[in-house]
Write a protein that binds this ligand. Sequence first.
Ligand code: SIN
Ligand code: MN
Length: 303
Amino acid sequence: MRLTAAQKEQFDREGYLFFPALFTPEEMKNLNDEVPELYERREAYNVREKGKDAVRTNFGAHLYSEPFAKLARHPRMIEPVEDLFGESLYMHQFKINGKMAFEGDVWQWHQDYGTWLNDDMMPTERAMNVAIFLDDVNDYNGPLMFIPGSHKKGVVDAKHDLTTTSYPLWTVDNELIGQLVDRAGGKPGYDEAGRPVGGGIVSPKGPAGSMILFHSCLVHASGSNLTPFNRVSVYLSLCAVSNHIRRHKRPEFIAHRDFTPIETLPDDCLLKHYPVDLPWKDGLPASAMETSLEEIKPELQAA
Ligand code: SIN
Ligand code: MN
């Protein structure tokens, strides 16, 4: 799937593109069916909500689950990003976020590249998020919120929040969020005639199978999920190969260390069998838990 000139222009301006119902319910079925068993596993790669059993994020499923390994190579996800970067991609991070009914906690306002820079020493913002909805996303079950155009600010000030949720995140303070929202069109509301005005926060919603591409500097967040409806979504964080991380401060299941370019599968890969590598099928290797604060020189990594 390639982007049109108008889509590229929109992405540049807004920092995201939304593709409602890009995948069919049949294509989503095997992915959805796999999630409960993956979430049941008592493994380091399942991060649970603070003080709860519900899974907040499952990391690295493309390395041990066949349906997700195929999704990670899907041309509808990989090609548009290759097209935007003009370069091959590797998988920097792969997660299945639960945002489970009644239990799903907030994601504070943040930029993903802020974390990838501060923690992983990713040199530039040439990395992209691709989200796929496994459940319908509506107004109520904690949809993602974006501040359109906020990616144009580059990396903004952030603080390392280790306490709000179970997952450490570099977060943006409320004052700066207020300024960015004003700059983007201000409070979403209504004029005297009841017409909607103000586009400072947007929130793409749609059926399971919808896809969002969003810039790694786009400021985003989501509220908690107080509804009886799960909001499971998959996030691929795709990095240009030349922009690979330079530090392994975080375990490998969170920030991957294999910079091999992704090779796409055929477009029907979610409906048919195609062989895929599942290197962590029999468990997480001990090396995936090893971390270091050392900067890794690219020459050494190539050796
Ligand atoms: C994220 O920002 O990485 C996840 C946000 C969400 O799932 O709502
Ligand atoms: Mn994020």
